[in-house]
Write a protein that binds this ligand. Structure first.
Ligand code: M6R
Length: 614
């Protein structure tokens, strides 16, 4: 997730761009840059790795007096955070500059094609292909039109993009386009403006035009034209936005946590994007730098992580053992690093960390490397310490997460880990291609299934309303659903400060059942799976002790005579994929209970987003 902004009008562009980027910093903050066409100088580009403040401090900005420009604040997806990978990217001739938010799925093929024609790339990003392609469309074609060139290139791109393009041959003009990534635009008192998100616009205008998929916008100082990719113009409607800036950064949601919960359909899609070969239906993991032989020779897998990432890792254990038939151990990173684990060169260690900076997870992976194991990092932050030190990386593409409580990064971690597990199965031949395709088919439906859960929030809010006197709650699940239960309980305790514990449901009668008294809520995940009936009979034991039975279940589940107090119905999927769908209900339950208790869900007490000390 990155932020893009573009302005053309009477004011000096730099000021408007910096102000817009400041409002978009929550979308990315590892580097920033701007491009301003200047008649005499061509395109002037200033970029800095680091925060926007580093760009603002650049002395070169002072000389930029142009009134057209584009800007970008980056959250790296392809290529580490660095000046070379920062946007805007230029074509080979330095006449076209592009800022991009999204992921270009076919950039490897496009780049290979361009390189075979002798074009030299100057970055490791997927975005640079866009600039190079537009440059080629314009090169040597007298009178070539920028909007036509952009439209022609958009037809070649697969994946998600919102772009803004300027060219030295088209002064006073910006062309924008989008597909599966947000882009908004508007007319201001002094010109026209576009951005990836509303906060960047509202200091200039509150009348917003939402650009649709496969549409282009052509911005000049006195005009704004919206058309489809074929060039057919549309008369756009404007929407009046009266959010203040802080609310706009949260897209109108009350908190970042709620916003991030609602981003899940999109970011789960982003995490899966580009990993599935659309022609063969098989998997592609571009960032995996280990050889297939190394993956084939592994005879043991360890998963190491902390907190929420550990819960996601648990799903990988179930998935790898089931699909790959290799023994998997999972450990809390702070335990693993001090417990003398047995591993060698044939061990594959998967380190899972949203931030990629968690001290214990990094130390655990370092220790594994010293013992000769191959380390694969699953992380959300490109170029993080874990990503840099690992032998291979699978990124989660969830975008920055501001809320301390992990939500979208959890479901994206599971999605990435499932892709990795399938890849291992595919590479080692433990899965038939048809089996891989079958699971991928179900994975493709996950964004829409999660969206269905988000649309059905009333029963969750109603249940939260019954928790005014609750002090303790218990969460049950078996198999992958145990991961959902663990994460549900963690969300509840960290943001609502209620005591919440999760158990594998079969473990209940070995002790915790003593805590079940009249009215204690017991949230059980009983979605479809081979142990569903067993969990339901464990829930019956709770019901017999007077516990309040709250179920996460699929419609039409045979409850075997059990009479639950509340059922949250969720769409059915493969049991290894179900934690992605089911945990969204528990995120929302924790959120609404916490809000009713007046808690600050974005900044829970005593907790930090990234734990860089052991
Ligand atoms: O950045 P990491 O995934 O390594 O962080 C590990 C934990 O600190 C983290 O998952 C934590 O448990 C969550 N923020 C809780 O919501």
């Amino acid at each position: 997730m990155c932020g893009i902004v573009g302005y053309v009008g009477d004011k000096q562009a730099v000021g408007v761009l910096i102000e817009g980027l400041r409002r978009l910093e929550y979308r990315g903050y590892d580097s920033a840059g701007i491009a301003v066409p200047d008649g005499a100088e061509g395109l002037c580009v200033v970029k800095r790795q680091g925060k926007l403040a580093d760009l603002e401090a650049a002395p070169e900005l002072a000389g930029l007096v142009g009134t057209t420009g584009i800007g970008h604040t980056r959250w790296a997806t392809h290529g580490v955070p660095s000046e070379r990978n920062s946007h805007p990217h230029l074509d080979a001739a330095g006449r076209v500059a592009v800022v991009h938010n999204g992921i270009i799925e076919n950039f490897h093929d496009l780049r290979a094609e361009l390189e075979s024609e002798g074009i030299e790339f100057r970055s490791d990003t997927d975005s640079e292909v866009i600039a190079q392609l537009i440059g080629l469309e314009l090169a040597g074609v007298p009178g070539a039109d920028l909007a036509e060139a952009v439209s022609s290139v958009c037809r070649k791109l697969e994946g998600a993009f919102a772009i803004a393009v300027v060219a030295s041959d088209s002064p006073g003009r910006i062309v924008g386009a989008r597909r599966h990534a947000p882009l908004v635009t508007g007319v201001t008192e002094t010109g026209t403006i576009l951005a990836s998100d509303i906060p960047a616009l509202i200091s200039e205008t509150r009348e917003i035009i939402v650009v649709e998929d496969d549409e282009l916008v052509d911005l000049r100082a006195g005009s704004l034209v919206v058309s489809d990719i074929e060039g057919r113009e549309r008369v756009p409607d404007t929407v009046h936005v009266d959010w203040d800036v802080a609310a706009a950064e949260r897209s109108g949601f009350e908190d970042f946590m709620l916003k991030e919960i609602h981003e899940q359909p999109r970011v789960i899609g982003d995490t899966l994007r580009g990993r599935i070969d659309t022609v063969t239906g098989s998997l592609r993991l571009d960032e995996l730098r280990t050889s297939d032989d190394e993956l084939r020779s592994a005879n043991k897998v360890f998963v190491v992580a902390c907190g929420t990432s550990f819960h996601a890792g648990l799903v990988a254990k179930y998935a790898i053992e089931h699909w790959v038939r290799v023994p998997v151990e999972i450990d809390i990173a702070s335990e693993f690093r001090y417990r003398d684990p047995v591993l060698d060169a044939r061990t594959l260690v998967i380190g899972v960390s949203q931030s990629g900076e968690t001290a214990d997870t990094i130390a655990a992976c370092r220790y594994a490397s010293q013992l000769g194991a191959k380390v694969v990092a699953v992380t959300n932050v490109v170029g993080s310490s874990l990503a840099r030190e690992a032998d291979a990386v699978v990124y989660t593409h969830a975008g920055p997460e501001i809320g301390v409580a992990a939500t979208k990064t959890f479901t994206c971690q599971i999605a990435a880990l499932l892709v990795l597990s399938l890849y291992l199965g595919q590479t080692r031949g433990s899965l038939y291609p048809s089996e891989v395709r079958g699971v991928l088919e179900q994975m493709r439906r996950l964004p829409e299934q999660v969206a269905e859960v988000l649309d059905d929030v009333d029963p969750i809010r109603a249940e939260a309303g019954r928790w005014a006197r609750v002090h303790d709650a218990f969460y049950l699940g078996r198999g992958p659903a145990y991961s959902t239960a663990l994460e549900g309980a963690l969300k509840m305790k960290e943001i609502s400060y209620l005591h919440a514990e999760a158990y594998p449901s079969g473990e209940l009668k070995h002790g915790p059942l003593a805590l079940i008294v009249e009215g204690v809520p017991v949230i059980s995940v009983v979605t479809a799976g081979h142990v569903q009936k067993k969990t339901i009979s464990n829930v019956a034991e709770v019901a017999a002790r007077g516990g309040r039975i709250v179920l996460v279940a699929n419609a039409g589940t045979d409850m075997g005579g059990l009479l639950p107090d509340t059922v949250f119905e969720v769409p059915e999927t493969h049991e290894l994929l179900a934690p992605i769908v089911d945990s969204v209900v528990l995120q929302l339950l924790a959120y609404h209970v916490a809000k009713q208790r007046g808690c600050d869900v974005d900044r829970p007490r005593n907790l930090a987003k990234t734990v860089t000390v052991e």
